[in-house]
Design a protein around this ligand. Structure first.
Ligand code: MRU
Length: 331
């Protein structure tokens, strides 16, 4: 099951909002449709939105080449794609890299952008496999592993980052079980990670986000491994809201807290006092999850989609080029 694919001139995205109940692809024929699908989280997960953005550049290139002022039209569309979600650096990275490969002649843009995107799909597959390989020494037979959000094949163009590594480790070593945080408010853990773990036949339980401390205190967690939307020069990591809480808890309980992500999620310019934009999503996601109102009618909500874990709480970072330990100095 591919999270993102390109067929008959259209970007096809597996609509993750419908999972685990329905597997349906959205067919997107223009750049703004692709941008909207990314913003609405029909596709999500930093590498998968990066890959979608690369294909969206191909759609933008096709539209712009037919415009009166092709270059200006391309720039405008690409800026819109890159801004669909602000925190995952992969989006901006792929748009920049894809546009850098375009030739002078607008007639050649579409083919060149498509070639770039197809190349990135193959590269993401190789990156995910390498991440799983480099992460293997972190696992032991019979381990109990806790993870957050969804970082499996649905979140990338390959087999996944943190969840891909967990599944590979289970196949190689046999884990006791995975605890999957449900991941409020959009429930990527309960809906998507549980779905992928079922398919991979990995023993698991879904837990509410607030239960992590309870299970750590009982000695039921040996390793926490999560993905990233952006990793700064010193290892600071922006990831799904709730990740920072897990890192603090893991440190308190002496449990290694590990981040797995490709180099395209690293942003060496994020350093010092530099801040990253944290996506603020609609309050309705909190007040009425999946469309059902739970909160008292009329109450407002805060809904930051990500938080930042300081690098000194991260015991290791796994990328496709190796396993890194602190102090981190990514360039
Ligand atoms: O809002 P989402 O679902 O796109 O957030 C996803 C995450 O936070 C993932 O941990 C991260 O993007 C890595 S996916 C391999």
């Amino acid at each position: 099951m591919e999270s993102v694919r390109f067929r008959n001139g259209a970007l096809e995205i597996l609509d993750q909002r419908l999972l685990p109940f329905e597997e349906r692809y959205l067919s997107l024929h223009d750049a703004r449709g692709a941008r909207d699908a990314i913003a609405a989280m029909a596709v999500r997960g930093a590498p998968a939105i990066g890959l979608s953005a690369a294909y969206a550049v191909a759609l933008a290139a096709r539209e712009a080449a037919a415009a009166v002022a092709p270059r200006a039209a391309l720039q405008e569309l690409c800026a819109e794609i890159a801004g669909a979600r602000p925190t995952a650096v992969n989006l901006r990275f792929e748009v920049q890299e894809a546009t850098a490969t375009l030739p002078e002649d607008p007639n050649g843009w579409y083919d060149a952008a498509l070639r770039y995107a197809e190349g990135r799909r193959a590269a993401q597959q190789a990156e995910d496999e390498a991440i799983a390989r480099h992460a293997m020494p972190l696992f032991r037979p019979g381990m109990r592993v806790l993870t957050h959000c969804n970082t499996g094949g649905l979140a990338t163009g390959g087999s996944g980052t943190a969840l891909g590594a967990i599944i590979a480790a289970h196949r190689a070593l046999g884990l006791q079980e995975v605890l999957a945080d449900e991941t409020r408010p959009r429930l990527q853990g309960a809906r998507l990670t549980a779905y992928e773990l079922q398919q991979a036949r990995v023993p698991h339980h879904v837990i509410v986000d607030g239960a992590a401390a309870h299970f750590m205190a009982r000695g039921s967690v040996d390793l926490v491994i999560v993905g990233a939307d952006r990793i700064g020069q010193d290892g600071r990591t922006a990831n799904k809201i709730g990740t920072y809480m897990l890192a603090v808890l893991a440190q308190h309980h002496g449990i290694p807290f590990v981040v797995a992500a490709p180099r395209s999620s690293c942003d060496s310019a994020w350093q010092g006092a530099g801040e990253v934009e944290i996506e603020q999503r609609a309050p309705e996601e909190v007040l009425a999850p999946l469309g059902t109102q739970f909160a008292a009618k009329g109450s407002p909500a805060y809904n930051p989609a990500f938080d930042v874990t300081p690098g000194n709480l991260v015991a290791a970072i796994v990328r496709e080029d190796g396993l890194f330990r602190p102090p981190y100095q990514f360039r």
